[in-house]
Design a protein around this ligand. Structure first.
Ligand code: GTP
Ligand code: MG
Length: 412
């Protein structure tokens, strides 16, 4: 009898175990189909695209079919599987390729494209003047307001006086004024004030005999020298030039890294020296490399200088003299932060004493700067503004064109 009871108990346990296995087996069979479908082929697709990166593929794939994605615990396998799949699909081959070089925007018409940036902060000058000139009665108070507007916009005393005198005469001759006539008149006079005679082109073409053109970029701390060197390098590469960058800011290792990064993006080589090394010797080596590499242009970025420190300014003079052992420097670009207004003029004066400046780059005109500084700084140095910076983006540097600039100031 005991044997019978024992046999029954064993039979019951055995049946229970088998039933349990079957149920489990069914559950496990149900799981895979839910997690199989979404991602195995999806990550493989980017393989065909050379630009695809490993970080894009795995995140994109699970999101591709959100409706079918399981939730809760069951979601885990779906995430794990695509990761493996990504490794299987030979992404390393794509990773071996050199990073694609960027293709900078063409330079023609850049100022027109970027003009909305400019007009944002400059309304007080152009539009303000237009509003004042459109008043019914142009009495003494109004002329004073016009004068005030120009002075506040950093135009400077002498140019302001000149412009107001001209406007007074022309408005008198005009008699009745239509808005269109006033706009045209103001446009003409502002363009004349900025000047159309100056040569605003940059000498960046190779010399006869093959020596590269040499451009020295100078200015006080933080005005945008390195950024401008990088942006200008891109412009030249876009125009088909071979460019060598010289990192003559040896005070900070990060400065050379910053320049090198700009160069690498468009395939321009950077010559750099040890941190704390002699900036003049780096500049010299950069030009030497430019000659050896048959480059078209060598762009030399220098360290920011406190224009009050005689030692540093002397050193800048030395950089230029040493570079000129290879031949004359073609351009010395003084970079000025347009938002510093009159302070920029003080800097300009000091730099002009140390090196012969051939062109001005006004940066940060997209900010709170007032457009009048263009007029003032040209007057101060007798040197044209050649380039303007209109943002931190890689292609936010434009050749300066007086007509397009004034258009932006007073609107169409
Ligand atoms: N908004 C705006 N920012 C600019 C422009 N040009 C440069 N900057 C910014 O100004 C800051 C300083 O630029 P840098 O190029 O490092 O200036 P730098 O003259 O080389 O500075 P130092 O090497 O320290 O003397 C950076 O944050 C730039 O992105 C511009 O046209 N517009
Ligand atoms: Mg710098």
């Amino acid at each position: 009898m005991e044997y019978v009871i024992l046999a029954v108990v064993i039979a019951v346990i055995a049946i229970g175990a088998v039933a349990g296995l079957v149920v489990n087996g069914r559950r496990q069979k149900q799981l895979p189909p839910k997690s199989e479908a979404p991602v195995i082929t999806k990550p493989a697709e980017p393989k065909a695209e050379p630009g695809a990166t490993a970080t894009v593929a795995p995140t994109a794939a699970p999101e591709a079919e959100p409706g079918e994605a399981p939730v809760g615990e069951q979601a885990a396998p779906t995430v794990a599987e695509p990761t493996e799949t990504v490794e299987e699909v030979e992404l390393p081959a794509a990773a071996e390729e050199a990073p694609a070089l960027e293709v900078p925007e063409p330079t023609a018409g850049r100022l027109v494209r970027l003009r909305s940036r400019l007009s944002r902060s400059q309304n007080s000058l152009g539009k303000g003047l237009l509003t004042l000139l459109s008043r019914e009665r142009l009495d003494e108070d109004t002329w004073e307001e016009i004068e005030e507007t120009l002075l506040t916009a950093d135009v400077g005393v002498a140019p302001t006086q000149e412009l107001v005198d001209k406007l007074r005469t022309r408005v008198k001759v005009l008699g009745t004024r239509t808005p269109e006539e006033l706009r045209g008149l103001l446009h003409e006079e502002l363009v004349a004030l900025i000047g159309t005679d100056a040569d605003r082109s940059l000498k960046t073409a190779k010399h006869e005999g093959g020596r590269p053109a040499v451009v020295l970029v100078v200015g006080v701390n933080g005005v945008g020298k390195t950024t401008t060197s990088g942006k200008l390098g891109r412009v030249l590469v876009a125009d088909g030039r071979k460019v060598v960058l010289g990192a003559a800011d040896t005070f900070r290792a990060a400065a050379a890294d910053q320049l090198q990064t700009w160069g690498e993006r468009v395939g321009a080589q950077t010559v750099r020296g040890p941190e704390g090394g002699d900036p003049a010797s780096v500049a010299f080596d950069a030009v030497k490399e430019g000659i050896a590499e048959q480059a078209d242009t060598v762009l030399i970025d220098t360290a920011g200088r406190l224009h009050t420190k005689t030692g540093l300014m002397d050193e800048l003079g030395k950089v230029k003299r040493v570079v000129e052992k290879h031949g004359p420097v073609d351009e010395v670009l003084l970079v000025l932060d347009a938002t510093t207004g009159q302070n920029g003029l003080v800097q300009a004066r000091v730099f002009a004493e140390v090196v012969d400046i051939t062109g001005i780059v006004l940066t940060k005109l997209d900010g709170t700067a007032k457009g009048g500084i263009v007029v003032a700084v040209q007057r101060e140095l007798g040197v044209p503004v050649k380039l303007i910076g209109l943002g931190e983006g890689a292609d936010d540097l434009a050749p300066f064109e007086p007509g397009a600039f004034v258009d932006a100031l007073i609107g169409d």
